[in-house]
Design a protein around this ligand. Structure first.
Ligand code: 16G
Ligand code: ZN
Length: 481
């Protein structure tokens, strides 16, 4: 190392505290933070030497893990992203305990010779620094940086607050020449899942995923996001609950031949009144699926949680969901009590188990109002129970193409709809005109309603193709305008 003077000058700023002996231990140095600046400076030097030796970046982490907040520690990451090569651990002990600057310099020289380290050119060594949230971390990172940069030709990059595994990952990625920031780390983790999306106050939930391959086998840059909305959540909840009711009813019928539509008669209780509550915005394919395939009753209400909730309360079990992700499951008192008893008193183990599952749902879901967090847990439970991937859930039914538009009008209160909001009650000429438009599209459906939250009239259309849905919505907008 040519620039011994720089190292000497800098090392003098970090004298060894008296009467302490440091040992690298199983995972680096750890002790009271106040005793650590010299050790951290010296580990900065060692991380720089290791980087020059391997010609790749190394990492240095400031943390004392679970230990008390006044303690801190330092550990090094090798270029692979793994732990510091054990062959180098003795160097760290020697450096950390060197009694004075001259002794410290001798040890550095010993390492340089033994490892045949060539003196660095500008920026030929790189060390990535990170710390946990301990208050002493910032000053110790600064000591580490000074150590790294006291070795000529080596630069430090401060990565800020990271977890230890993040720092190791960042070092590994950096050396592999792939994107290596903290957000890259989170992308890597999250890209492996499906996602759930929660709105600003966490009372709405939808899921979505981007399929790896297109349905036709094409896997290119075009990505089609698949949305699993409130309707699909209602469908999977409905599937799960009717499945448990069938077990309790002792019926062997699978849900796909639910010919005894709307009726789950459970011995000892009688008919369990069970329905899914939707609004006019529910995709027609979901309503069809819930009625035809699951064999459940579907009730409809005007838009708005207060209406759906009230309706769902009229059943022993009421699932309600708006397509936009507001929704939950309600159990009435008497049926809840019966389930509690059934979960211990039923003769058949299978029946007790089904009752227990429903009791667990009853306890977990937020029955005050739709709750995205409890909704996620419920979705995950059902997926696990079914052994389904998100794709399998998605394929319960295929949404009909739909389009929503809004029209600004002078006075939206002029439009009055029927209670279920599927038709205009007044002016009747508007409904007639909508009927005429809808009649032009096979499988078409459209309705308009004044928004309850914005000064607009909302238009919704569904048809057998996206093009038709778009055209129908557009045509209805013109009628409203
Ligand atoms: C509100 C409602 C929501 C409804 C939406 C309709 C609650 C908590 N939220 O956000 O349920 O879907 O309004 O808005 O009730 P719109 O009347 O503008 O179409
Ligand atoms: Zn919200």
């Amino acid at each position: 190392l040519e620039d011994k003077d720089l190292l000497r000058k800098q090392a003098a700023l970090f004298p060894l505290p008296k009467g302490v002996k440091f040992s690298y231990g199983t995972a680096g140095f750890r002790t009271d933070a106040a005793l650590l600046p010299s050790t951290v400076f010296r580990m900065g030097v060692l991380a720089a030497l290791r980087s020059l030796c391997t010609k790749r970046a190394t990492g240095l982490m400031i943390t004392a893990s679970h230990n008390p907040v006044h303690e801190n520690g330092v550990k090094l990451a090798d270029p692979s992203g793994g732990m510091l090569n054990v062959a180098w651990e003795p160097y760290s002990d020697m450096l950390a305990n060197a009694p004075d600057v001259e002794n410290f310099l001798q040890i550095v020289e010993h390492i340089v010779k033994r490892e045949n380290i060539q003196s660095g050119n500008a920026a030929s060594g790189e060390v990535l620094l990170a710390r946990d949230t301990r208050p002493s971390g910032e000053a110790l990172v600064s000591a580490a940086r000074q150590g790294v940069e006291a070795v000529r030709g080596t630069v430090a990059h401060d990565m800020g607050v990271l977890t230890t595994p993040q720092l190791h990952w960042v070092v590994r990625s950096f050396n592999n020449g792939v994107p290596a920031s903290e957000s890259d780390y989170f992308h890597q983790l999250s890209d492996s899942f499906r996602c759930a999306s929660i709105d600003g106050d966490a009372d709405r939930l939808v899921y979505f995923y981007i399929p790896e391959k297109h349905e036709d086998g094409y896997s290119g840059p075009v990505c089609t996001l698949h949305l699993l909305d409130g309707d699909k959540i209602a469908a999977i909840f409905g599937l799960f609950i009717i499945g448990q009711l069938h077990i309790l009813a002792g019926s062997k019928s699978s849900v796909s031949d639910a010919t005894t539509a709307h009726k789950a008669v459970v011995p000892g209780y009688g008919e369990v009144k069970f329905a899914v509550v939707q609004t006019a915005y529910a995709n027609g394919a979901s309503t069809n699926y819930i009625k035809q395939v699951l064999g459940l009753e579907v009730a409809t209400t005007p838009t708005g949680v207060k209406h759906l909730h009230k309706k769902a309360e009229q059943y022993d079990i009421g699932i309600y969901f708006e397509a936009n992700g507001h929704g939950t499951i309600l159990f009435n008192e008497i049926f809840s009590q019966w389930l509690q008893d059934a979960s211990v008193q039923q003769k058949e183990a299978e029946h007790r188990q089904a009752a227990k599952r429903l009791v667990a749902v009853n306890e977990m879901v937020n029955q005050a109002v739709g709750d995205a967090l409890s909704g996620i847990l419920m979705v995950e439970v059902v997926l696990r129970y079914q052994g389904w991937s998100v794709e399998q859930w998605d394929s319960m039914y295929k949404d009909l193409p739909s389009r929503q538009l809004k029209v600004k009008v002078k006075d939206r209160a002029v439009i009055i709809t029927t209670p279920d909001e599927t038709r205009v009650a007044s002016p009747s000429s508007l409904q007639e005109a909508i009927d005429t438009e809808v009649g032009k599209y096979k499988g078409g459906r459209a309705f308009v309603r004044p928004s309850g939250t914005e000064d607009v009239v909302r238009v919704y259309a569904e048809a057998s193709s996206q093009q038709s849905a778009d055209a129908l919505a557009q045509a209805v907008c013109v009628l409203v305008y």
